[in-house]
Design a protein around this ligand. Structure first.
Ligand code: 2M8
Length: 492
């Protein structure tokens, strides 16, 4: 397995080979034995949605390792079905990341939620990209997947994860999953959470020590006040044994990106169910119901974007966050909604095509900050999702340009965590895993206008297979076959 990655990292010629090699180096370097860390310094454990994105890229280099990435994560799943947002590596010193296992105390909870006793985890969750990732990983090498029984192995855990989100997390009772901490949607300090977070009593100064500032610039990271509120919310959840019904949630939001990923993953689960002989239709019905709920509860036709819903006030959260564009990936989204979302992406608020990638927040708003984490910078996972949505809706030229930009930026910045949208300069850490993985996936994707854009990634003449015996085009599908989670193709 490692040999395959090392082969991909071996010398080759041309831009494609260079990108592939450099990305493989990042993923090799961040592999910690059973899973990939997002970044050696800043995030030295396994993160939930990072691992899903990593698997989506890794499948092109080492399908078996991509399977393992997801299996390791599922190995830390709780009895109630939740997949924790962090799985801690016991060999990493406690002080390397905050909040550490002694804060979450997962294995010491009263076990009502069924936290595992053999591994330490956090108690919150992250967006459910996992079933989509599992399906894409399967498609990369169906023979190897069958040989290892990959889908039968992961299906029960993925189905339990979705059941947890559909039941315990339907806090609004409207058929969508709620997030109960700003770390859960993964867009930690987005201005979209400001008003909801402002109601949270901050934890006392000096009651915790941030480790992130040892590695990141304070100007690029959330503020101390944000952190004090994050700590309070997590501690309250912990002190209620992570029981969703009992916890007095001061923060409870229905997030468009989180729910769009749940729907896309539900479609993927239907495709997986068909392969393993489970009830495919039940998943399709749930996906259809959640799509209706997403449209009923979060779509704002006047704004042309999906808005989060604050469940404490039962009001939509005004403003343009990139999360509101992500439902473009939802199979079967009405075409007028997709067209409006595309217009919003191309308009002044996100400036698609005129700035670098897709900013995480409205360029025209007072809250926009091009350097600070999720308050404006462009992130590669959001670009990957928007790209996927644009391809789905036939916006191939726009998708192709976004893809070319993302590939260039990934290499140019040394796989930066995020970018300043106007200058395109890298921000945050470098050698960031999902940047490398999703660049690999974009490199491999086809069926968009990228080929005709004259970009040197296609015209350099170097074969994709250069130095990469593990990833032949024959076992790596293009985006057409990846559309299967939408129900357009046969399960293999
Ligand atoms: C960031 O979040 C963590 C907390 O989970 C942090 O700031 O320490 C976010 O960008 C999140 O989306 C990501 O999964 C995580 C690890 O890359 O880092």
């Amino acid at each position: 397995m490692t040999a395959v990655l090392e082969a991909a990292a071996a010398p080759g010629t041309g831009r494609r080979a260079h990108l592939r090699r450099a990305a493989a180096h990042v993923l090799l370097g961040n592999w910690a034995g059973t899973a990939t860390v997002p970044s050696r310094a800043l995030y030295p454990h396994q993160w939930s949605w990072d691992s899903a994105f990593v698997a989506i890229g890794l499948r092109h280099l080492a399908p078996r390792r991509a399977q393992r990435e997801l299996e390791t994560l599922l190995g830390a799943q709780w009895g109630d079905g939740r997949i924790p947002h962090i799985v801690f590596n016991p060999s990493v010193p406690l002080g390397a990341y905050f909040p550490s296992p002694d804060f979450w105390r997962s294995s010491g909870t009263d076990r009502a939620a069924g936290a595992p006793s053999t591994v330490e985890t956090s108690g919150i969750v992250q967006p459910p990209v996992h079933a989509l990732a599992a399906w894409l990983v399967h498609l990369a090498d169906p023979a190897e997947s069958r040989r290892r029984g990959f889908l039968p192995r992961v299906y029960p855990g993925l189905a339990a994860w979705h059941r947890y989100l559909a039941s315990s997390r339907d806090l609004g009772g409207g058929g969508l999953a709620a997030v109960v901490h700003p770390w859960e949607p993964g867009l930690d300090n987005s201005p979209s959470w400001d008003a909801s977070l402002a109601r949270v009593e901050p934890a006392p100064r000096g009651s915790f020590r941030r480790a992130d500032l040892d590695h990141g610039s304070p100007a690029d990271r959330p503020t101390d006040l944000d952190y004090a509120r994050y700590v309070r919310l997590a501690a309250t959840y912990r002190d209620h044994a992570y029981d969703d019904a009992r916890t007095p949630h001061a923060f409870a939001v229905e997030d468009p990106c989180f729910n769009a990923l749940l729907i896309a993953s539900e479609h993927a689960l239907a495709a997986i169910a068909r392969v393993v002989g489970a009830d495919e239709e039940a998943h399709r019905r749930r996906a259809a119901a959640a799509t209706r709920a997403l449209l009923d509860r979060l779509w704002d036709p006047a704004a042309g974007v999906f808005l989060p819903r604050d469940l404490v006030t039962d009001e939509p959260v005004a403003g343009y966050g990139v999360s509101g564009l992500v439902p473009l990936i939802v199979p079967g989204l009405p075409e007028d909604v997709a067209a409006a979302l595309t217009r919003t992406a191309l308009g002044p608020r996100f400036g698609l095509g005129r700035v670098h990638l897709v900013p995480s927040y409205d360029l025209t708003s007072r809250e926009f900050d091009g350097n600070r984490y999720w308050r404006g910078p462009s992130w590669f996972n959001m670009a990957w999702l928007v790209h996927r949505g644009l391809v789905r809706h036939g916006e191939t030229a726009t998708a192709g340009r976004l893809r070319a930009q993302a590939l260039d930026a990934a290499v140019r910045t040394g796989f930066a965590e995020y970018l300043e949208p106007y200058t395109g300069e890298g921000r945050g850490v470098r050698r960031f895993s999902w940047t490398a993985a999703l660049a690999l996936d974009l490199l491999q994707s086809s069926g968009d206008a990228y080929e005709s854009s004259g970009d040197a990634y296609e015209s350099s003449g170097d074969a994709y297979e250069d130095g990469a015996p593990g990833g032949t085009p024959g076992n790596v599908p293009g985006s057409a076959s990846e559309g299967v989670p939408g129900g357009e193709g046969p399960a293999r």
